[in-house]
Design a protein around this ligand. Structure first.
Ligand code: PHE
Length: 354
């Protein structure tokens, strides 16, 4: 869990600065449905739907809120007229296929009843099939068009690759990834396509994952070197790319990192606000998660405007590299952290929207 302090639903609802938290208990499945609407300053809220088992409902709500805020920052970074929100389907335990479909249908009904205040798409724990099902119940699903479902993973991955290239240029002074060592933590929907691109570019690839099958795939098809999940923190590398769960950069992991750059697709990578300074003290350049991982969101924005061609959509992900370039340049010239520089970009965009 991202947070270490235990909390209850009441305090989680009270202590948030977002606009509203929607909650519904789904009696049939025992799951909680949370939709955290963080900010509609730039437009109606759009963010993915995450489904996973949480120790308590409050942990699920807290996750939705943090991720909803990340979406506000992401859309503002992209300068898109979209607000930030996120949905979490907090399961008490694993669901069978039938129960899962039932939950998704009822969740879709809730989204539809919000009449566009929240739009959604795929995220950790949900699949293209889930999105296709949701789209039969609500209009407010992104990436589903006439039976075709767009997986945001490869677009997010292309954006992260562009961001890594920009960071490697800025920090290591190198124009290509040949021989650059990248550790990809989590080789799933985003981490795997990212690892494949990095391998094609001649990077030295280290991979870790809690799922043995995913490791096997990366090792056999990409020639990656496997690192045990618990040893990922200590592995010497140029770039550490968190592409699994959030909260991985913490007081306990940062002192162990042996990298120069952190840039990956996971949302909410810093466990606490202090972790950014911890990284800086160690001389590690942290590329803000919501900047480098914005490719999936950007792809949905372009799809919404009628861009259907996959190759062209992938080319559009160059924009993520340009933003990372600009953020790192601003951070260098101001002597501020990349997170502070990115925050200024967000503030400028939000001020224009107000
Ligand atoms: N879940 C991805 C993200 O966090 C992609 C996504 C973006 C999904 C926007 C839905 C809406 O960026």
């Amino acid at each position: 869990m991202p947070d270490i302090t235990p909390h209850d639903l009441e305090s989680v609802l009270r202590d948030w600065d977002g606009e509203a938290s929607v909650a519904r208990f789904d009696r049939e499945s025992g799951a909680w449905i949370f939709i955290a609407l963080h900010s509609t300053v730039l437009g109606p809220a759009v963010g993915g739907t995450r489904m996973r088992v949480y120790p308590t409902p409050a942990d699920g709500l807290r996750d939705a809120q943090r991720l909803g805020e990340s979406m506000t920052l992401k859309w503002a970074t992209l300068e898109q007229p979209v607000g930030g929100g996120k949905a979490v389907l907090a399961l008490p335990g694993p669901l069978d296929a039938e129960a899962r479909r039932g939950l998704l249908r009822r969740y879709g009904g809730l989204v539809e009843s919000l009449r566009g205040a929240f739009g959604t798409g795929e995220d950790l724990g949900t699949t293209p099939e889930d999105m296709a099902l949701l789209a039969t119940v609500t209009r407010y699903v992104h990436g589903v068009e006439g039976g075709h479902v767009t997986d945001p993973g490869p677009f997010t991955a292309r954006g992260v690759r562009r961001g890594i290239e920009a960071a490697v240029r800025s920090v290591l002074g190198r124009d290509d990834l040949g021989g650059v060592t990248v550790l990809v933590q989590g080789v799933g929907d985003v981490g795997y396509p990212l690892a494949r691109e990095l391998a094609d570019l001649g990077a030295r690839l280290l991979v870790s994952d809690v799922d043995a099958g995913r490791i096997e795939r990366a090792v056999t098809t990409l020639g990656a070197t496997a690192v045990l999940p618990e040893e990922a923190w200590d592995a010497p590398c140029d770039v550490f790319a968190p592409c699994a769960i959030g909260g991985v950069l913490s007081a306990s992991t940062i002192p162990r990192l042996q990298c120069r750059i952190v840039a990956g697709s996971a949302n909410a990578q810093l466990e606490t606000a202090d972790d950014e300074a911890r990284l800086a003290e160690r001389g590690i350049v942290y590329v803000p998660d919501y900047v480098v991982n914005a490719g999936g969101a950007y792809a949905f924005a372009l799809l919404g405007r009628g861009e259907r061609d996959e190759a062209r959509l992938l080319e559009h992900m160059d924009y993520i590299g340009e933003i990372v370039d600009a953020v790192l340049a601003e951070s260098k010239s101001q002597g501020s952290s990349p997170l502070a520089a990115a925050g200024q970009r967000v503030s400028r965009a939000l001020a224009r929207g107000r």
